[in-house]
Design a binder for this molecule. Structure first.
Ligand code: FE2
Ligand code: FE2
Length: 313
């Protein structure tokens, strides 16, 4: 059985192996030591881990696991790999379901078998959405964006190819140009063949100044997948909503301001909303559980407003 210690953004991982860890920065600062897990991570003995999170050994074990996650992520996320994944998942031939069915599916394979720990994934989604709703009552598209931003994590599910965590979660970054040094565990890009390929390892690589992020291939993960699903199914969310979904794990940009030379004016406008959103994604955690049935009608009305009733995934 597996579990994680951080309750806000956790996918569980009954079938995933120890090395498939994932991290997301939780606090400002960018020190890899401050990483916490987006999507949870798996320890050799998760029960013990849950109980010993604060002790030094568990802490250093956690860091090693996170580091190993990024080592594997950085060596595998090549231009070629991303192109292949985009083509493969861009076909949207895996299944058909509604947004709410996807929320339920994601919830289902979260490990809820340990009553001492955590909350279902749906709580993270609803807490993010409800916190935004409280502060930005008129921006209903932003509430919905909060609700659906992590649905791409279904890539971990067997019916979506059961991708390894390094291809689903963790920080994202452009491929096809030089990796910025602010990328977490930058040193591991040395193991990526693109790092040594002159076509891909210059500041602009295959891109040009101000070309717009839409023209930039990002490392493959749940952000990019959910964006594809939303776009191809003709979601009518405003451009900022789609931008948030697509780049919410792009920490080098929204936290460090890297890769600005690839952005166009629309990206810069949208980035303002991503900054707003990111705060809620990270800090909306609360002890007050949201009553799903109570808020569901509101979110169903938003889903109906911005999405078709069935989507291709
Ligand atoms: Fe996410
Ligand atoms: Fe999230």
């Amino acid at each position: 059985m597996m579990s994680s210690s951080n309750v806000d953004d956790r996918v569980a991982l009954k079938s995933f192996e120890f090395a498939d860890a994932v991290a997301e920065r939780k606090v400002a600062g960018g020190d890899p030591a401050e990483l916490v897990l987006d999507g949870g991570f798996v320890m050799p003995d998760a029960n013990a881990f849950g109980n010993t999170f604060r002790d030094y050994d568990a802490e250093s074990e956690r860091k090693k696991t996170v580091e190993e996650f990024y080592r594997v992520n950085h060596l595998n996320q090549t231009y070629e790999f991303v192109s292949r994944m985009r083509a493969e998942y861009g076909r949207l031939d895996k299944t058909e379901m509604s947004i709410w069915e996807c929320i339920e599916l994601l919830n289902e394979f979260i490990d809820d078998s340990d009553p001492d720990l955590d909350m279902p994934q749906i709580e993270h989604l609803l807490q993010t959405a409800e916190a935004i709703r409280k502060d930005y009552p008129d921006e209903d598209w932003l509430h919905l964006t909060g609700l659906i931003h992590d649905l791409g994590k279904v890539l971990l599910h067997p019916s979506f190819g059961e991708l390894p965590q390094w291809a689903v979660v963790g920080d994202t970054f452009p491929v096809g140009c030089a990796y910025d040094e602010c990328n977490v565990h930058f040193k591991y890009f040395n193991e990526n063949p693109d790092y040594h390929n002159p076509k891909y390892n210059t500041k602009y690589g295959v891109y040009s100044e101000g070309c717009g992020l839409d023209n930039v291939l990002m490392s493959w993960g749940h952000d990019g997948y959910m964006y594809l699903v939303a776009k191809e199914n003709k979601a009518t969310l405003p451009s900022a909503g789609l931008f948030i979904i697509r780049y919410h794990s792009f920490y080098p940009l929204h936290k460090h301001g890297a890769y600005m030379h690839l952005m166009n004016d629309e990206d810069k406008e949208n980035l303002k909303w991503l900054h707003v959103f990111n705060k809620y994604d990270l800090y909306s955690k609360s002890n007050v559980m949201i009553d799903v049935e109570k808020v569901k009608p509101y979110y169903m009305s938003l889903i109906e407003k911005y999405f078709p009733s069935k989507l291709r995934w």
